[in-house]
Design a protein around this ligand. Structure first.
Ligand code: ITT
Length: 198
């Protein structure tokens, strides 16, 4: 089954391909692979709304099974920020490091470092929409640690681990991450759907 993944984020595509590597039935193609080079405007106020906007845009144009991932980092002491604005926390064209720097600045002297990553995946298949969520709890470190992963990975340490996401192998991050949890739910759903149609 070919699935269009409505993202321009090559890190997300890499992670998802690694996560589903043992489910060879599913071929994932990103937006660049189907000639969609312009950004899809994320005008929603929640992760669910933005995931649906991205998936719906591609379904309406291409009419093939597609899904989108909207992810946010929610920091307790910042009342859930950056949340839905995680990609543009330090401004519209900010880099990953700009966002991390602002986060560390806003948490200077703050003792409560609790945070969570939340991924919402919206799938559209035959015009019907389905949602899948994945969450991982942890804390924001005092400075960058590690060079792997992307985004806020160097400053996020998941609960029960001594390393940041950026210090982990991709396999370890994928096995416990918000995105790993949500994608495995998506694959289980698709597999059960195919099996029940047999
Ligand atoms: P698409 O909308 O094209 O999928 P995006 O990067 O804009 O790509 P989001 O709107 O979901 O994706 O933005 C979420 C931001 O949160 C992203 O830009 C990263 O800064 C961060 N992020 C998402 N997943 C992450 C992860 O697994 N580890 C660290 N940071 C992550």
């Amino acid at each position: 089954m070919k699935l269009i993944f409505a993202t321009h984020n090559l890190h997300k595509i890499k992670e998802i391909k690694e996560i589903i590597a043992d489910s060879p039935k599913y071929a994932i193609v990103g937006l660049n692979d189907v000639g969609e080079y312009s950004p899809i405007e994320e005008t929603g106020l929640t992760l669910v709304e933005n995931a649906l906007i991205k998936a719906r845009f591609i379904w309406d144009k291409h009419g093939v099974p597609c899904f989108a991932d909207d992810t946010g980092l929610e920091v307790e002491a910042l009342r859930g920020a950056p949340g839905v604005y995680s990609a543009r926390y330090a401004g519209e064209s900010s880099s990953y490091q700009d966002n991390v720097d602002l986060l560390l600045k806003n948490l200077q002297g703050v003792h409560n470092r609790k945070a969570r990553f939340l991924t919402v995946i919206a799938l559209i298949i035959e015009g019907q929409k389905y949602l899948f969520e994945g969450e991982v709890r942890g804390e924001i470190l005092l400075s960058n640690n590690g060079t792997g992963g992307f985004g806020y990975d160097p400053v996020f340490r998941p609960e029960g681990f001594s390393q940041s996401f950026a210090e982990m192998t991709p396999e370890l991050k994928n096995s416990i991450s918000h995105r790993g949890i949500a994608i495995r739910k998506l694959i289980e759903f698709l597999t059960a759907r195919v099996d029940s149609a047999k």
